[in-house]
Design a protein around this ligand. Structure first.
Ligand code: NAP
Length: 446
């Protein structure tokens, strides 16, 4: 197998990337056919040219064959079809598809079902797809082998149309056969069964008359990056939730300031061939915060519970608020709290003292405690002085024990529903360039 700019799967670690954090990670896309002399070398060359022209620096491309004779050159028909389109396949040499090639690839696009089965046998069940499926069509990519030059030229044009679609998410690339196929959006996490994102996004899609569908997809740590890129590059997008928000960063080509600042991503999509990430939890939390603190005064002392991805979004949001004087962080694992403090390195954020020494104006729960409706992350009665206000990011069930206790003690409390809707509205605006129909998402929660 050859890879752009590097010479084989073993070169992956040496290749740089342009994404956030500059971690050196890139995405290896491998095309698979039978002999690696016709369809997959054409697809490889096409993909490399599209990626180069679109400035997609994070993708490397290769190809291999399930029954290849290593070292075979590209077929005459493939050479001529490629040459007619300005691509040179003369230096191509066939590579056999092996378990190592499969393991090294982030996504393997197969020309036919027999190739897909072979990749799966070699351990690539999670990373293999049919090229046609990814491009929104059906069936195998027709094999030009043995045909006249016209057959090769037609195969080349068809493969180019599909590969362009996969890499750029362009509408034309979704394919004639799939003009009516809905775009797929998903929330990626583990667990995700509790997520209300499908409910609110599908309500907004329906209200706006969009040909799109939103699902909850449970993905492991190893899968989340590849699934994210695949969804984005075929013209969809989605959200990331617990526990993958930080893990997906190396798989983004571009990101917003909110992602840079928090080190967490909850929203992704593709634009101009690049996979983008945003953290709309920041904007979502700010909406809830402004409502909760409209008449709360200045120099507010905030106790922040939690140090995960959501807590980072809250901390970043609070640092933008002039009315916030101090943020004190308390977390089950002290090391993670320290990592958050180091990340922001701001004199306004420090560790919280034990509860009897705390007298916060506002407490924000950014832990996941309360999702099951049974526990609270903190006994508010243990604080030196009861807070006047609390905000809970947890939204299932609606009234958490934390909010319940706060209200019983006379405090104002907002639960996670408003933030959920606001972060979802901001995500929708990223995907479609306009806000969702007013009220569609909040009505879906009633
Ligand atoms: P995360 O990165 O997995 O962090 C989880 C946090 O909860 C960590 O601080 C963790 O402490 C703490 N925690 C978990 N179990 C605990 C326990 N039994 N006792 C004490 N602390 C515990 O998750 P996340 O992305 O930050 O999300 C946190 C919560 O916010 C989730 O419930 C999520 O659904 C919610 N959320 C809501 C919205 C919204 O729109 N309303 C948006 C984002 C997130 P350790 O570090 O010690 O593990």
């Amino acid at each position: 197998m050859t890879t752009g700019g590097g010479g084989g799967a073993g070169a992956r670690g040496r290749l740089g990337r342009a994404g956030p954090g500059g971690s050196g990670r890139h995405f290896l896309l491998t095309f698979v056919c039978t002999g690696n002399t016709c369809r997959s070398p054409m697809a490889e060359a096409i993909a490399r040219r599209i990626a180069a022209r679109a400035g997609i620096a994070t993708i490397r491309v290769g190809s291999a064959g399930t029954d290849a004779w290593p070292g075979q050159p590209a077929s005459e028909g493939a050479l001529r079809a490629a040459s007619g389109a300005g691509l040179d396949l003369t230096s191509h040499r066939a590579t056999l598809l092996t378990a190592e090639v499969v393991a090294a690839s982030d996504l393997l696009l197969c020309m036919g079902r027999s190739h897909l089965r072979r990749v799966e046998e070699l351990g690539g069940a999670q990373t293999a797809r049919l090229l046609t499926e990814m491009a929104g069509a059906a069936g195998d990519v027709p094999d030009p082998f043995g045909g006249n030059q016209g057959v090769y030229d037609a195969a080349f044009a068809e493969i180019e149309r599909m590969v362009r679609g996969v890499l750029t998410g362009a509408d034309s690339a979704r394919g004639r056969d799939a003009a009516d196929k809905p775009a797929v959006y998903a929330v990626l996490g583990d667990p995700v069964a509790h997520s209300l994102s499908p409910t609110i996004h599908n309500a907004a899609f329906r209200a706006a008359g969009r040909n799109a569908h939103y699902i909850a997809r449970r993905v492991s740590a190893g899968e989340c990056g590849a699934v994210l890129r695949e969804l984005a590059l075929v013209g969809g997008g989605g959200n990331v939730t617990v526990p993958h928000k930080e893990r997906v960063l190396p798989f983004l080509d571009r990101c917003t300031e909110a992602v840079e600042a928090t080190g967490a991503c909850n929203t992704f999509w593709a634009e101009g061939g690049h996979v983008w990430g945003d953290n709309t939890d920041v904007a979502g939390f700010l909406h809830s915060w402004k409502r909760l603190t409209a008449d709360a005064g200045d120099d507010l002392d905030v106790l922040l519970l939690g140090a995960g991805g959501a807590a980072r979004a809250v901390a970043f949001a609070l640092l933008q608020c002039e009315e916030v004087g101090r943020i004190r962080v308390r977390n089950r694992s002290p090391e993670r709290a320290r990592a958050l403090l180091r990340h922001f390195a701001d004199p306004r954020i420090a560790s919280a003292p034990p509860p009897p020494a705390c007298a916060p104006d506002i407490v924000v729960n950014a832990t996941s405690v309360g999702m099951n409706g049974r526990r609270s992350p903190l006994d508010l009665a243990a604080l030196r002085q009861a807070p006047a206000r609390v905000a809970d990011l947890v939204y299932a069930p609606v009234l958490t024990p934390f909010c319940n206790q706060a209200r019983t003690m006379g405090a104002s409390a907002v639960d996670g529903r408003e933030m959920l809707v606001r972060q979802a509205e901001a995500a929708y605006a990223r995907w479609f360039g306009e806000p969702p129909p007013k009220g569609a998402m909040s009505r879906a929660l009633d």
